[in-house]
Design a protein around this ligand. Structure first.
Ligand SMILES: [Zn+2]
Length: 369
């Protein structure tokens, strides 16, 4: 039995219905979460005390803006955790280089929560299905890398539909003692899937897929029931970045995947909430989170539409005190007319790219020139 009823009530509610009742569910859940970390995480308590914030101040939606953001680099440089380590069910790590690893500590309750909310969000976006799919995942085989953020995400995503074959493209080469992208395997697998009666889902980094299509001159028709689910952005390949709309058309032309079945996902290991494209290609913000955009100089709250640093709130994690996360990512809030309620998230790049080489970049380095 969960000891956090407000959070369970929130996660049982629809992710994209922003009624007053639902918004209050987030407020109550966030307060429950804030009290927990305040009482169980010494650093958070000291920080909030110093800044004059206490969870009891959270009485209205507007009060959520007062929660101090903890800088993302603190989570990269220190192991911040609100439960004894032996109570953790999973430690998720992104494969950063230069010692700057991103990680997240998950108790069983928090792990169950994040799995549940990811499923609900994908269901609400029409992406979950009972139907069987063949999967091509441009990631590490979770059998050898389950604690890596990307491998975890991909394994999670493949569970939202029926599964036929799952092909993991980044494989451990024991002779070389390193991970390698099996390019030949990818091409063969795609060609095989194109002739199968079972539709395909490709999970991967957009740049990686683009480079594979170009390098191997791929021209396939995976069928109108096939999907592409991207994540990780064009980090490290920014000069090759194709605008999203153009990329969606390119994929439709080269792989036969309809544009409305191409969905991008933005997520951060430290935050864990998936921001996922609707059929129109806009990342929607669920009621399980709040996204504030702040001025880089004084962290003042910017109005909707203006570009600034992204500040994320979430409430599902009772083992990792990143409920209020101030990032080094730029973005702004937008709107979408697809019928889903709530704001959309428009990404505008990252401050100091080279410092944060993430999973996506590491994977891109695996493509042989
Ligand atoms: Zn939309």
């Amino acid at each position: 039995m969960s000891t956090h009823p407000a959070t369970q009530a929130l996660l049982a509610s629809h992710p994209f219905e922003f009624s007053q009742f639902n918004k209050d569910l987030f407020l109550k859940s966030f307060q429950e979460n804030a009290f927990y970390h305040y009482d169980h995480h010494d650093f958070t308590k000291k920080l909030w005390d110093k800044l004059g914030f206490h969870p009891s101040q959270l009485k209205t939606e507007k009060d959520l803006e007062l929660v101090p953001g903890t800088m993302v680099h603190l989570f990269k440089e220190h192991e911040l955790c609100s439960v004894p380590k032996e109570e953790l069910a999973l430690v998720l790590t992104s494969s950063g280089t230069g010692g700057q690893k991103s990680q997240q500590f998950l108790s069983q309750e928090s792990l169950d929560n994040v799995k549940k909310l990811a499923l609900t969000i994908h269901q609400a976006l029409g992406m979950a299905s009972e139907k069987k799919y063949n999967y091509l995942c441009f990631t590490y085989d979770p059998a050898v890398a389950n604690d890596l953020g990307t491998a975890f995400t991909d394994e999670l995503l493949t569970n939202f539909t029926g599964k036929n074959e799952v092909y993991y493209a980044i494989q451990w080469e024991s002779t070389k003692n390193q991970f390698e992208l099996n390019e030949k395997g990818v091409v063969e697998t795609l060609k095989r899937f194109a002739t199968s009666d079972i539709p395909t889902r490709i999970l991967g980094f957009p740049a990686l897929l683009f480079e594979m299509i170009e390098k191997y001159q791929l021209n396939l028709n995976l069928g109108k029931d096939s999907w592409l689910q991207t994540g990780g952005g064009w980090k490290g390949k920014a000069e090759k970045e194709i605008p999203k709309k153009e990329f969606r058309e390119y994929i439709q032309e080269r792989l036969g995947i309809p544009t409305q079945n191409q969905r991008d996902l933005f997520g951060m290991v430290e935050h864990g909430i998936p921001y996922v494209d609707c059929a129109k290609g806009n990342l929607h913000i669920p009621n399980y989170a709040r996204v504030y955009v702040r001025g880089p100089k004084d962290l003042s709250l910017l109005p909707k539409g203006e570009k600034g640093l992204l500040h994320f709130l979430c409430s599902y994690n009772f083992s990792y005190p990143a409920s209020s996360l101030l990032t080094t990512d730029y973005g702004r809030l937008g709107s979408c007319d697809c019928g889903l309620e709530g704001d959309t998230l428009i990404l505008e790049g990252r401050a100091g790219v080279s410092k944060h080489k993430g999973c996506a970049l590491k994977a891109l380095e695996l493509i042989k020139a």
